[in-house]
Design a protein around this ligand. Structure first.
Ligand SMILES: Cc1ncc(COP(=O)(O)O)c(C=O)c1O
Length: 484
C-alpha cells in the first residue's frame, strides 16, 4: 500500500495498479497473469493478444509511437471516468500518488525515486534539462548531426538567447561501425574546444539510422577527461527510443540526464515521458553534479531554493522538487506506471533480447543478404550498437530523392499493408553533407519472425516493381519532417 493513500485514494489507484491487484481484476481473462509469470522465455505469440493493434495491417513504426496494451488502456479509461464522474473527490493528493508512481518507475529503470520525474514527453524533458542548467555565453555543447527537433530546438534556443555554441559532431552511418568510432569523434571534439565544453547531448538510439550510441563508453570518456584535465563535462541522453526497448540501468550508465518517451517503445499513453536526473556522486560517475534549477515549478519559493550541489545533493529529492507543477494528468501517469510494471514482469532483458538482438538483427541480416552491406544505415556487426530500429535503402541510386522514398513508404502500406516510415538522414562523406532518405522499420514485442519475413518479402517485391518502372511516378504526399 502506498504510504500517502487513504482508503478512498486507494480505490482510485487500485483501478490502475497492477502491483496492488491480481491482474485478472483489470484484465478480461487470465492472460496477463500467464504472460507475466516469471520466465526467461515469454510466450511472445500469446503476448500479441495483449494488444488491440489492427489485424488488417502490420504496424512497424513503433519508433514514432507505440500501442497501449489492453489492460493498461482499460485502467486508463477507468481512471478518466472516475475523475469525470467526481472531479472534486478525485483531485486530492495527486502529488502523493505521483510520488508513489515515481518509486515504481525507479525500480524499472535502475535508479532512485528521487532521480525520476514523469515528464510530458521526451521533448519536455530535454527542454527542461537544457533550461535548468546554468550555461553562459561562450560555453560549448557538443551534440551530433543525427538529432531530432526535440533536442535541436531547445539547443538552438540556447544558441540564440544565450550565445551558447552548439557543435554538431558528424556521426558515421552504415553496417560496419564500432563503438570506438563514436568515442573517438567526441574525444577529438572535446580536445578541440577544451574546457569551454560543458555538456554532451546525444540520442541513443538515433531516430535517423537507429544506432544505439555507446552511452557508457561516452561517460567513461567524460570521467577520463575530468580525471586528466579537471573539466566537469555533463551528459544528456535523448533516449526517446530507449525506454521500453532496452533494459536500462540508468545509475550504472552514469549519465547526468536522460529523457525518454513513455508513448513509443514503452507503449504508454501520449504525452508521457521518463525524465532522469542523476542525484548522486558514485563510482559510476565521480564528476560533481551540475547546479540545476527547475524551469516549470510551483515548488520554487524563497524557502525552497534548491541547494547548489557541492559534488552531492545529499538528501535533496530533486525529483520531488521538479514533479509538481499544476494539476497533472494523473490517469496518464498511472497508465505509464502500469505499462512499465508490465514490461518489468515480462522482463526488460527478455524484451531487449527479442526485439533488438532477435528480430532487429534478423531484419538487418535479411536486408544485407539481398540488398548488400551498402544498403544498411544501421550498424549490424557490433552488438552494443544494435537497436530495434532498422534503416536501409533498397535504392542503389537516388538515395537523396525524398519523393521516391516517400512513394516506397506509402506503396508499402497501400499495396502490402506494412506501416513503416522514412527518415531524413544527413550523411557526411569526406566533409560534404547530403541528406538521404532511408526506410525505417521497427521490430517490437508484438512482432515475430513471420512479420520480419513478411515485410522483407513485400519490400523486395516492391523494389522490383520500382526497378521495372511498374509503380506510378506520382509521389503520394507523405511528410515525415518531425515525427520521431
Ligand atoms: C530521437 C528522438 N528524440 C525526441 C523525440 C520526441 O519525442 P517525444 O514525442 O516523446 O517528445 C523523438 C520522436 O519523435 C525522437 O525520435
Amino acid at each position: 500500500m502506498p504510504p500517502l493513500l487513504n482508503r478512498r485514494d486507494f480505490l482510485l489507484t487500485a483501478g490502475t495498479s497492477a502491483a496492488l491487484l491480481p491482474m485478472h481484476h483489470i484484465f478480461a481473462d487470465t492472460l496477463a497473469e500467464e504472460l507475466t509469470a516469471p520466465t526467461t522465455r515469454p510466450d511472445w505469440e500469446r503476448l500479441k493478444q495483449a494488444f488491440i493493434l489492427d489485424q488488417d495491417t502490420t504496424y512497424m513504426n513503433v519508433g514514432t509511437t507505440g500501442s497501449m496494451p489492453k489492460h493498461v488502456l482499460a485502467a486508463f479509461g477507468h481512471d478518466n471516468r472516475l475523475i469525470a464522474r467526481n472531479p472534486r473527490d478525485r483531485l486530492g493528493n495527486t502529488s502523493g500518488r505521483l510520488e508513489y508512481a515515481r518509486g515504481r518507475l525507479a525500480s524499472s529503470f535502475g535508479c532512485g525515486a528521487d532521480e525520476i520525474v514523469i515528464s510530458g514527453n521526451t521533448t519536455y524533458g530535454l527542454t527542461l534539462t537544457l533550461n535548468g542548467l546554468t550555461l553562459e555565453a561562450g560555453d560549448v555543447i557538443l551534440t551530433t548531426d543525427q538529432e531530432h527537433p526535440g533536442l535541436l530546438a531547445p539547443l538552438q534556443l540556447l544558441a540564440d538567447r544565450k550565445a551558447i555554441e552548439v557543435i554538431k559532431v558528424p556521426l558515421p552511418a552504415g553496417e560496419n561501425q564500432t563503438p570506438d568510432d563514436y568515442t573517438e569523434r567526441f574525444r577529438q571534439a572535446i580536445l578541440a574546444y577544451g574546457e569551454r565544453v560543458k555538456l554532451i547531448a546525444f540520442s541513443a538510439p538515433t531516430f535517423t539510422t537507429g544506432t544505439m550510441l555507446p552511452i557508457r563508453s561516452l561517460v567513461d570518456l567524460l570521467v577520463d577527461t575530468y580525471n586528466e584535465y579537471g573539466w566537469p563535462i555533463h551528459s544528456l541522453v535523448d533516449g526517446a527510443h530507449a525506454t521500453g526497448m532496452f533494459d536500462l540501468d540508468l545509475n550504472a550508465l552514469g549519465i547526468d540526464f536522460f529523457c525518454g518517451a513513455g508513448h513509443k517503445w514503452q507503449c504508454g499513453p501520449g504525452g508521457t515521458g521518463i525524465w532522469y536526473l542523476r542525484n548522486q556522486v558514485s563510482d559510476n560517475n565521480p564528476i560533481p553534479l551540475p547546479r540545476f534549477y527547475p524551469t516549470v515549478s510551483d515548488y520554487y519559493r524563497e524557502d525552497r531554493t534548491p541547494p547548489a550541489p557541492n559534488g552531492e545533493r545529499g538528501e535533496y529529492d530533486i525529483g520531488n522538487f521538479l514533479q509538481p507543477h499544476g494539476n497533472p494528468n494523473y490517469p496518464a501517469a498511472m497508465a505509464l506506471t502500469n505499462v512499465c510494471d508490465f514490461w518489468r514482469q515480462i522482463g526488460r532483458d527478455n524484451i531487449e533480447r527479442y526485439a533488438v538482438h532477435g528480430l532487429g538483427l534478423q531484419m538487418k541480416q535479411r536486408i544485407t543478404e539481398y540488398w548488400g552491406d551498402e544498403s544498411l544505415y544501421s550498424p549490424s556487426k557490433h552488438s552494443t550498437l544494435l537497436s530495434a530500429l532498422t534503416t536501409f535503402t533498397p535504392f542503389t541510386r537516388n538515395r537523396d530523392d525524398k519523393d521516391i522514398s516517400d512513394l516506397f513508404v506509402s506503396k508499402l502500406y497501400d499495396d502490402y499493408g506494412y506501416i513503416v516510415r522514412n527518415t531524413a538522414t544527413p550523411i557526411t562523406h569526406r566533409g560534404v553533407t547530403e541528406t538521404e532518405y532511408p526506410i525505417r522499420i521497427s521490430t517490437h514485442l508484438f512482432h515475430d519472425a513471420k512479420d520480419v519475413q513478411g515485410v522483407f518479402d513485400a519490400m523486395k517485391d516492391l523494389s522490383e516493381r520500382f526497378e521495372h518502372g511498374v509503380v506510378a511516378e506520382t509521389p503520394t504526399l507523405v511528410s515525415h519532417e518531425s515525427d520521431g
